[in-house]
Design a protein around this ligand. Structure first.
Ligand code: 5RP
Length: 218
């Protein structure tokens, strides 16, 4: 069922893509549905920038050209999934550990689209979902202690390394009632490379796959 909803939302977003655009692609299983579609339909964009090495490889194996982020001035539309999203369009990402690259591409984009199935929709940010934080390996304990001071409960994602060879701490119960204030605090902690709270950089548009159709929120 969840897969069906992911396919449906990927289809809805696919219909909005413009071949004249430089398109940014995020990470995760919902985004993979979109990548499968783009390959199946041989969708040729002006340029493709991809956050996730696996999906980048999938495109290249299918004969698509993928441009490094450093080679473009901007991205026209960046499409990604999310782990949790609320009405204000603030969201949590990084379940797949790609949040730093995802946030870079989202910031480079003129338009940022998030697509999710209804299981990601919530009335409260942080309900059972952590803020995933990429840290320099040497800063793991320091950052964890800073997060405890903020009221969070850090859990080290053991045995996992990010694409930049850093560590991930998943922090539960951080005070997310004021997401911008929390983002300011996290942005000020030395040793954090990137985190999955997208409050300043929130999507311009959200596509939500519900049992009874697609809801668009902007
Ligand atoms: C990866 C992400 C993903 O977008 C997020 O985890 C959602 O993944 P999925 O579509 O598999 O549920 O932020 O870092």
């Amino acid at each position: 069922m969840a897969n069906d909803l992911k396919m449906k939302v990927a289809n809805a977003v696919f219909e909005t893509l413009n071949p004249n655009d430089i398109i940014g692609i995020g990470a995760g299983s919902t985004v993979k549905c979109l990548v499968d579609l783009m390959i199946e339909k041989q969708f040729s964009a002006k340029g493709l920038v991809v956050a996730c090495p696996d999906l980048s490889q999938q495109f290249m194996d299918a004969g698509f050209e993928v441009i490094p982020a450093n080679s473009v001035r901007h991205i026209d539309v960046y499409v990604d999934g999310a782990d949790q999203i609320i009405e204000s369009r603030c969201c949590l990402k990084g379940g797949g550990g790609r949040q730093t690259m995802e946030k870079l591409l989202a910031n480079m984009a003129k338009s940022f689209i998030v697509m999710v199935d209804e299981s990601k929709w919530s009335n409260r940010l942080g309900k059972n979902i952590p803020v995933s934080i990429e840290v320099l390996p040497e800063a793991r304990s320091f950052v964890a202690r800073q997060c405890v001071l903020l009221g969070g409960q850090p859990v080290y994602r053991q045995g996992y390394k990010t694409m930049h060879n850093n560590d991930i701490i998943d922090v539960y119960d951080l005070p997310l009632a004021e997401p911008l204030a929390l983002e300011d605090k996290l942005n000020g902690i030395i040793g954090i490379v990137g985190h999955g709270l997208f409050a300043y950089c929130r999507p311009n548009e959200v596509f939500i796959s519900m049992g009874n159709g697609i809801r668009r929120l902007n």
